[in-house]
Design a binder for this molecule. Sequence first.
Ligand code: PML
Ligand code: MG
Ligand code: MG
Ligand code: MG
Length: 261
Amino acid sequence: MEWFSVRMRAAAGGSHEQGGSHISGGERLVPVDAVESMVQSLVRRAMTHELGRPDFVNVTVEVVPAEAVRSLPALPISKREAESVEQGHAVAVEILGELGISREVAELAVCSIAEGPAPNGGAMRGAIVMDADTGQRLESDSARGVRVAKIDWHPEELQAWYEDVRSIGIASERIAEALALATKVTHTPGTVAELCWSDDPGYVSGYVASAELGYVRIPILKEWGSPLGGRVFFVRGISSVEDYEEALQAPVLLRREENKR
Ligand code: PML
Ligand code: MG
Ligand code: MG
Ligand code: MG
């Protein structure tokens, strides 16, 4: 059986390459009979986004041979409490500390997302890659960052996952996608942890993910209405950021794992 990678990226004020600002993106991996509806759903996401209407939308559909696809079990999910942005940031720094990332580097990562990581301010299309020990940013294009592609839930598992987590209020496409991405990133050799919160003004939650601690959700990491969000991948011992980004393109389908709440 073949799979199809469906990717979408949308920007306003020109394409990303022309310096337009990033509005929305999506990376999915679906069976052939789901390609058309996935294209429609991602185009709808772009055209109805709360950040405004894009004037550039790029959709790519590309076949992926079945033998290239690897299965991974979803990271276990847990949650820490925070009642303000300051508390949320402190919790993120604390979790990163448990993973061996210094306070200095963790705070640098928090600031890089909070202040708008792209050189022109504003959200980045991809993620920051940060040396876990020195805090140095490694991406060659700091407006673009690195992207993760060809990632999804196994189609037979997603509905069951929604049922598993409905009672804890996290059965959303956004969280399913974030968990899939975080699982893949934290399984990629060289990754120590990921820090993420949304760039959507109406969504303030985020997480710290790692192979060691799983996907740890933090309810608030920015003020309501802020368009500043993004991702930092903390890495150690990678040979080059290009090879690391290439590994992030390997096709992966997620399977469920018993949730440890
Ligand atoms: C996004 O906007 O796509 C990122 C969402 C990250 C947080 C998801 C969660 O609530 O766990
Ligand atoms: Mg985004
Ligand atoms: Mg996203
Ligand atoms: Mg977004």
